[in-house]
Design a protein around this ligand. Structure first.
Ligand code: SF4
Length: 181
């Protein structure tokens, strides 16, 4: 099988209707302990989703994992929602579609292809919150934040904008990552 090059991969992304993306060297990912602290204290998904802390590797292991890759793509999505919970249907569908893309990249010879969801895994209702009890273990993926990535600083490095929202009338900017090698 001939390995796809960047150009071929970009064609594949566009075929899946992803036109807003940027390449980034995973060495540029900013990984920080404060991100894990924010998961542990202040996030209501801590321990409730089987792909969120504490169901993830340590911060230093996450950093090492990212360093295993030579390339990554950031996919940008934006949306305005009326209520915080309205975002779930939107992100669930997007995450499922991104899994199809990850699979195609994998099948084209990039055996390390690994997707980071743009929102906490909510593929099924009633997540047991424990990795070993995950209902769709082959599909579930972590978010970059759950792997201790400072997404704010990382996406700004490639020129994307992201801000803390003060209310839900504002447009959300969300980012999924695809690690490729
Ligand atoms: S696939 Fe389902 S059970 Fe597994 S982490 Fe995602 S929501 Fe939870």
């Amino acid at each position: 099988m001939t390995m796809m090059n960047r150009e071929n991969l970009e064609e594949l992304f566009r075929k899946h209707e992803y036109t807003d993306f940027k390449w980034i060297d995973p060495k540029e990912f900013v990984v920080a302990q404060w991100v894990r602290m924010k998961c542990m204290f202040g996030c209501d998904e801590y321990g409730r989703t089987a792909t969120c802390p504490p169901n993830v590797p340590s911060v230093s292991e996450c950093e090492r994992f990212f360093r295993d890759y030579k390339d990554a793509v950031i996919f940008h999505f934006e949306k305005r929602v009326d209520k915080p919970e309205d975002r779930w249907d939107w992100t669930r569908e997007l995450n499922r579609k991104l899994l199809e893309l990850e699979r195609e990249v994998f099948c084209s010879g990039y055996e390390k292809a690994f997707l980071l969801f743009l929102d906490s895994c909510n593929l099924c209702d009633g997540c047991p919150g424990v990795r070993s009890k995950c209902k769709e273990p082959e599909q579930a993926r972590p978010t970059p934040e759950s792997l201790a990535m400072d997404v704010f600083t990382t996406v700004r490095k490639v020129g994307y904008s992201i801000d803390v929202l003060s209310d839900y009338d504002q447009k959300m900017n969300r980012y999924a990552f695809l690690l490729i090698e």
